[in-house]
Design a protein around this ligand. Structure first.
Ligand SMILES: [Zn+2]
Length: 214
């Protein structure tokens, strides 16, 4: 069975991995499953409209699984209000093309939850690279946000506690840009959940199928 990796910036190098590669508006190779969005780090005011059009053009592509990563980041220099505007535009694209949204979030959890309450999207929101505490995890889950865990799970004790506590049906796994095989993340999570890797693979596949309506 495949290891599903829902967010990576690299082409998979090993077999038995299904991954969704993150693309940007200036990417050119759409031959593999991908998501596409404007990352808050790379917002350039004069290119926004043009980039949104490129994204919109790629969204119906058969290899396109999601909009994103897009989101809010309080550490990056991009003006926060502008980030919000660009994020909302991508939420609307996710709704229009009925594709889930992959979210990058740094110190903006309240804002993401507030926007979800206001915009009431019908598409699923996936918060990628989740690395906060149990309380934040629970409030996101309460707002029907899916949490995706990456390499931080290997050593981050607080995050390990989160995985142990939350139900398995609202999570996904990813490598993002870490130099790690997705298999290692599955092994760690299976170990924390006290289940076999194969059982975890089945559960993540069920989650994936449900979320991406495949
Ligand atoms: Zn990423």
């Amino acid at each position: 069975m495949d290891f599903i990796n829902i967010h990576t910036h690299k082409k998979p190098l090993v077999k038995n991995v299904f991954s969704i590669e993150n693309m940007y508006p200036n990417s050119a190779d759409f031959s593999m499953p991908f998501s596409i969005g404007i990352h808050p780090w790379f917002i350039n005011k004069k290119n926004i409209d043009k980039e949104l059009l490129i994204i919109e053009k790629q969204l119906p592509h058969k290899n396109c699984y999601a909009v994103g990563e897009c989101g809010l980041d309080k550490i990056t220099e991009t003006n926060f209000e502008l980030q919000k505007t660009v994020f909302i535009k991508q939420v609307l694209l996710s709704e229009k093309y009925k594709k889930p949204l992959i979210i990058h979030c740094v110190k903006s959890y309240q804002e993401i939850m507030q926007l979800k309450k206001t915009l009431k999207p019908s598409q699923i929101w996936i918060l990628h690279g989740f690395h906060k505490n149990l309380q934040v995890a629970q409030s996101l889950l309460k707002n029907d946000v899916i949490l995706s865990f990456g390499a931080a799970i290997i050593n981050n004790k607080k995050l390990q506690e989160v995985i142990t506590e939350i139900p398995i049906n609202n999570i996904l796994l990813e490598t993002d840009n870490a130099k790690i095989e997705i298999k290692k993340i599955y092994q760690k999570v299976a170990n924390l959940k006290n289940i076999e890797v194969l059982e975890l693979q089945q559960k993540i596949k069920e989650n994936f199928t449900k979320i991406f309506k495949i």
